[in-house]
Ligand binder design. Structure first.
Ligand code: EPU
Length: 320
């Protein structure tokens, strides 16, 4: 049987906020997973699936349901195909593929969280996105109590989005493994390891390591605005950081937040990182969800007042 013990979301998330959990199970294979889902269903309890806990902000209320963490973490490499279980640490997987000279996810070095969480928000960094190498995943369908396969196109990937964030799919599927198709790397001038090292270095400079200072990565998405909005803003702010995105424009949320004066500022026990203003931190781990939510809402209101742009959280709010 899976391991059971009392836990709080505060212990299980990198932001270090969140209430106590009634039933917490770590499951290490598909059989244990099926058993724990039955357990929850027999008691009519809500199930919440947790991975590395690095992209969620959980309320301070106690959670009266079952939290399941899939911890199986085996990797199978067949040619250029890599099949890996959901419980593996994402960056460990990147390390392993780089060691095998397989190209395709090296720019995603240093992203916190588990492999199973990677498709949910279609993780991306430095011009690479999971969707580019993703073939399929296997998940347990909680409602129908059976295993199902989602191919790449079934996942409906877009910028930090997938079908698993949609209301009718959210928390309905427990991902047990994913399969990626990578390429043998052939560039003789540059090693994959060099690229990985450089990405880890840049991330170390700009982003905040959650093991040192609790945080959940980019708290907001970079907003997408249309051409007329972009043109109006550029007149007032010629130095604005903006990138073409499909037929529209992606504007840097970090820049917007910095311009409202929030970079490095605290509100109660929580703080906007002084390295990167997209990152909200809980420096001493003393802040609560409600502190984080107040800070996020204040930032959203201030950015809206100044620029007429509504920032959207990139992290998922849980158990509201
Ligand atoms: N910027 C500021 N002030 C700041 C931070 C950034 O002005 O405080 C400006 C900089 O001028 C920079 C631009 O914003 O040129 C973009 O910043 P950065 O390269 O750090 O990227 P980002 O768009 O802020 C995104 C992802 C990160 C990912 C990096 C690197 C989102 C929401 N975030 O950040 O992902 O690591 O690109 O590619 O798309 C995450 O999702 O948790 C995450 C960390």
């Amino acid at each position: 049987m899976g391991k059971t013990n009392t836990k709080s979301f505060k212990e299980l998330t990198t932001l270090k906020v969140g209430g106590e959990i009634k039933y917490f199970f770590e499951v290490k294979n598909q059989k244990e997973l099926v058993d724990k889902v039955s357990f929850a269903k027999n008691k009519s309890l809500t199930i919440f699936i947790i991975g590395g806990g690095s992209d969620i902000a959980v309320s301070d209320k106690n959670f009266e349901g079952v939290v399941i963490k899939y911890v199986g973490s085996s990797v199978q490499v067949i040619g250029n195909l890599v099949k890996v279980e959901a419980g593996m640490n994402w960056d460990k997987l990147v390390e392993e593929t780089v060691n095998r000279n397989l190209q395709g996810i090296e720019c995603l070095s240093g992203i916190p969280g588990s492999v199973g969480a990677s498709p949910i928000q279609n993780i991306g960094a430095y011009g690479q996105e999971l969707s580019e190498t993703f073939i399929e995943l296997k998940a347990y369908d909680i409602s129908n109590q059976k295993f199902v396969i989602f191919k790449n196109e079934d996942c409906k990937f877009s910028y930090r989005e997938s079908i698993f964030k949609r209301k009718d799919y959210w928390q309905k599927f427990i991902i047990v493994d994913i399969t990626l198709k990578l390429k043998k790397y052939t560039d003789n001038n540059l090693e994959l390891q060099t690229i990985r090292d450089e990405i880890l270095r840049i991330r170390g400079e700009k982003l905040v390591n959650p093991d040192e200072i609790p945080n959940a990565g980019s708290f907001f998405k970079n907003p997408i605005i249309n051409k007329s909005k972009k043109d109006t803003l550029l007149i007032k702010y010629p130095e604005m950081v903006i990138f073409p995105f499909n037929n529209e424009y992606k504007i840097s949320a970090g820049w917007l937040i910095e311009k409202t004066g929030w970079k490095g500022k605290s509100l109660g026990p929580v703080k906007v990182s002084d390295k990167h203003s997209l990152v909200l931190t809980n420096p001493e781990g003393k802040g609560t969800f409600s502190d984080i939510k107040s800070l996020a809402d204040t930032i959203i209101a201030d950015v809206d007042n100044k620029f007429g742009i509504k920032l959207e959280p990139e992290v998922q709010y849980i158990n509201l």
